[in-house]
Ligand binder design. Structure first.
Ligand code: PXG
Length: 288
């Protein structure tokens, strides 16, 4: 495997970052998770836009242009013969001193990994996921804005630990007001009749690229798609619940906190969105 580090493609074993990098010391940096399907990179421009917006929000200047980032991502995919896979661009604050001050870090480090993706087992897409709500609250948006996709994932990791301790693979995180925010690494949607609702970012949700695509697809399919506040009650009493994310794509949820959702199987709306999404990823994207 070849890994891109600051413009160079090096062997995986040679791909190194300093132990004084603030990305490691403080989780000070940003990243993206992007998918390639069938020799095309899905929603590359949106991911790059979000990467640069995340960097801007943390006062981190990415030393290459967006255009260069796009061509370097493609170059990394080619070097690894990736046609279907997962691409992770990372920009760290760079080497600094043993103190928080980010402005002593003069050289942000750019890393691009292009590899295979580990999926949920295929049968889970048929059977659906079981979730629990967890005690770890989503960070206050006023503390760490959830729109920033940063290297600081401890909030999500702590939630994931609770899910795994409860014997399930994903969880629902609530915000400090008790409203539904998102899953530990995916966005959440509720279907009730013709209405499809997902929490707004101010409730603690990352503005997921898959979330955006699914909202567009659902609107085209005639559903009434909204961003709105959701409570646990809305999950428990939904016709359908599903999660979206680059890695997970769209996956049905069949149980939340031991309440069976709808029929207890992934529902028809979820299934039709899954089908529309699968079609879209096959016929769109930036050629590698
Ligand atoms: N919320 C959070 C907190 C995320 O980290 C999403 C929502 C979904 O966003 P996208 O833009 O992917 O639709 C994410 C993204 C992984 C992995 O390795 C996680 C994500 C994406 C890709 C891989 O677990 N999470």
């Amino acid at each position: 495997m070849k890994v891109y580090v600051n413009g160079k493609l090096v062997d995986k074993a040679e791909a190194r970052i300093s132990v004084f990098d603030h990305g490691l010391l403080y989780g000070d940096g940003v990243f993206e998770g992007i998918r390639a399907y069938n020799g095309r990179i899905f929603m590359l421009e949106r991911h790059i836009d979000r990467l640069y917006a995340s960097a801007q929000a943390i006062a981190l200047e990415i030393p290459i242009s967006k255009e260069r980032m796009a061509t370097d991502i493609i170059r990394t995919c080619r070097a690894n013969r990736i046609r279907n896979g997962y691409i992770r661009p990372i920009v760290t604050r760079g080497v600094g001193t043993l103190g928080l001050n980010p402005f002593v870090c003069r050289n942000p480090q750019i890393i691009i990994i292009a590899s295979k993706i580990q999926l949920y087992p295929p049968e889970l897409y048929e059977k659906g996921l079981e979730l629990v709500t967890v005690g770890t609250l989503r960070n206050l948006p006023e503390a760490i804005n959830p729109r920033i996709k940063s290297l600081n994932y401890l909030n999500n990791v702590l939630a994931k630990i609770e899910a795994l301790n409860a014997g399930v693979m994903e969880c629902i995180m609530l915000n400090a007001q008790g409203f539904v925010a998102e899953a530990s690494g995916d966005n959440v949607f509720v279907v009730k009749g013709n209405r499809i609702v997902t929490p707004p970012s101010w409730c603690g949700a990352l503005e997921g690229i898959t979330r955006g695509v699914v909202m567009e697809l659902a609107a085209e399919m005639g559903y009434d798609v909204r961003e709105d506040v959701l409570t646990r009650y809305d999950l428990y009493t939904a016709d359908e619940v599903f999660l979206t994310g680059t890695a997970a794509e769209i996956i049905g949820v069949v149980k939340v906190d031991r309440r069976a959702i709808g029929s207890g199987r992934p529902g028809p709306v979820t299934r039709s969105l899954m089908a529309a999404f699968r079609q879209l990823v096959q016929r769109s994207g930036t050629a590698i």
